[in-house]
Write a protein that binds this ligand. Structure first.
Ligand code: ADP
Length: 166
């Protein structure tokens, strides 16, 4: 059984994240989407909200589960019996940091390997940070995030709903 974790902040989940989840779930037997509960990071959505958004989006994917974790990811992976980390590479800027983390994790636990999926071209520019920046000014985020969360994101900035919730 190849069990993998796809860790991240997912604050909020974007179409780029969903593309990764769908693709990774076809490569491994079991995929755990791990929402990092990082109290040092000021997040827009609570960890519970982020888990629930991802659960809603992955409900029909049989080998995908969503959890949250804090502390060291390698410890959490031990706990759940996962040996593969899935990460996305968007641009060269992601590379240096990701390489460092992957090598550190492998050093700490040689059973752990990281696989990188290159981002689909249409999402190469997309990040949760960009979504928040755009949404905070009332910009159109309909191409960036799942339709059903658009108004929830605007609501965090006290911006009136712009679309009918589907
Ligand atoms: P983190 O704070 O750990 O970077 P994110 O939620 O921003 O968490 O991202 C989680 C993972 O998803 C990372 O591996 C990141 O590279 C990947 N990712 C983020 N945006 C995209 C995207 N548009 N396309 C593909 N992968 C992405």
């Amino acid at each position: 059984m190849k069990k993998a974790i796809y860790p991240g902040s997912f604050d909020p989940v974007t179409n780029g994240h969903m593309d990764m989840i769908v693709r990774a779930s076809k490569i491994v037997d079991e995929l755990v989407v791990g929402v990092l509960n990082n109290s040092a990071k000021n997040s827009l959505f609570s960890v519970e909200e982020r888990v629930s958004m991802l659960e809603e989006m992955t409900r029909d994917m049989k080998n995908v589960t969503v959890t949250s974790f804090d502390g060291l990811m390698v410890d959490y992976m031990d706990e759940i019996g996962a040996t593969i980390v899935v990460r996305g590479l968007r641009a060269v800027t992601d590379f240096e940091y990701e390489l460092q983390i992957a090598q550190t994790n492998h050093k700490v636990n040689p059973k752990i390997d990281t696989i990188f999926l290159t981002t689909s071209l249409e999402y190469a520019y997309l990040s949760s940070t960009i979504v928040k920046e755009f949404a905070s000014y009332g910009g159109d985020i309909s191409h960036f995030v799942p339709q059903r969360f658009i108004n929830d994101i605007y609501a965090k900035y006290n911006i009136e709903p712009k679309t009918d919730k589907k």
